[in-house]
Design a protein around this ligand. Sequence first.
Ligand SMILES: Cc1cc2nc3c(=O)[nH]c(=O)nc-3n(C[C@H](O)[C@H](O)[C@H](O)COP(=O)(O)OP(=O)(O)OC[C@H]3O[C@@H](n4cnc5c(N)ncnc54)[C@H](O)[C@@H]3O)c2cc1C
Length: 460
Amino acid sequence: MQVKDKNANVVAIIGGGFSGTMVAYHLLRQSDKPLQITIFEPRTTLGLGLAYSTPCPDHLLNVPAAGMSAFVDQPLHFLYHAQTLDDRNTPETFVSRRQFGQYINGLFEAALREQVGHSFEHRTQTVVDIERRDGRYALQLADGVAYDTDVVVLATGNLSGRPFRWAQAFADDARYLHDPWQSGAIEAIDTNSDVLLLGTGLTAVDKLIELHNQQHRGRIWATSRHGLLPFAHVERWVGIKDERDWDDLDGPLGTLRGALRQLRSRALRNMVQDKEAWRPVFDGCRANTQIWWQGLELLEQKRFMRHLRTYYDVHRHRMAPRIDHVVQEMRRDGRLQIIAGRVMGAHDNGGKIAVQLQPRHGGDSIELQLDCIINCTGPQGNVEAVEQPLFRNLIAGGLASKNAMGSSLLVQANGCVGTFDDGFYAIGPLLQSQLLESVAVPELRVQATNVAQAILRRFD
Ligand SMILES: Cc1cc2nc3c(=O)[nH]c(=O)nc-3n(C[C@H](O)[C@H](O)[C@H](O)COP(=O)(O)OP(=O)(O)OC[C@H]3O[C@@H](n4cnc5c(N)ncnc54)[C@H](O)[C@@H]3O)c2cc1C
């Protein structure tokens, strides 16, 4: 039962990954008024979320240690922590994601131990709906219990989508793995089985690493519309940014075509010396990406999402060099084949699942006979296509509306859900279509600070 401390303002944070946990951290550290904070998070450990709860030590960060501090004003905070774990860690080291999760959890636990005057609770419950009642918010939990609060923070992060229509027939079939993060699921795959990964992004790469680690001997195919794997970091360019002139956002850079032209010409200029030197150019414009994106016309944003997003993502979210070596080795020795194409259908073929694929660049369709299919399509960006009901309920109830892109909630760049500050905030991947860059720690640590400050101002 919810017992409200009469003097305390109530803050409910939905989601206890990096974003939600860091908002709670800042509130505990900075509020001089008593707060009653609850994080609703089904995972038992806070701070990990989807990305950092993996037990696999070879799932590495895709950002070097010097870029992963939890704090905007202490950029090397994580690096120093990582060096206490292993003094061989340098600013360029790609540390394991598990260690990063432990770092965030450790920060939060320390803030909790040292706080005075607040109350905190972690409820391992999913929130399914929110209503506005008498100037406050009523959360509806999956177990039917209600929870009243003054402020809500949506920090629900990377959401999974529903199975493709063709895969729905296999929803309860052990050979189709819809949730690739389900504990023990990859270990249960027979090492001689033929496997199809749906997707060729970082989720697929994680699953390849796990299959490699358990000495998988069967054939592996990975397919996506473009058939593009993420590029890799190369050691000599890790952490180096070419930031020349990117703050000049007027003129041709303000359009999609202008920005692409600039990016391309700078990259090509650098590549005359070193063909890998497009990376610092790409990383150098990141500090301005959000401003540039918000200045683009809606039509241009939609065009980017439709035609360029995949190419942007494979250049932007790169794999650690060590991971790339493993993936390339699997391709070279024939264990892994990548197919650019579209799945047209699938049927049960005795012990196997037969999948029909239409290659992207024409030619006859391909039929694969598979023992196992793993959904690696990654997070779903369209809030109405996600598995969980919260977002559909929020839109149906009128508490949130869809943004102009039509795929996400209307959230202001400052995190307010809706058009003004009503004590209802969102943080993290939910803001991706508003900001473009709203997924990785370097952006999320800024948002966590800003949302916590907006809440503190509200209670002032
Ligand atoms: C596999 C993977 C690897 C990544 N690697 C990196 C990296 O190396 N570096 C980097 O900077 N970024 C990386 N990212 C990006 C990552 O999104 C962010 O770094 C960060 O973890 C996002 O945190 P979050 O709290 O916003 O979301 P999440 O980590 O997704 O956490 C959201 C939490 O909300 C909970 N939740 C969702 N809905 C509800 C509900 N209705 N009720 C209650 N709880 C709910 C979920 O259980 C989840 O734990 C990676 C992402 C993924 C998926």
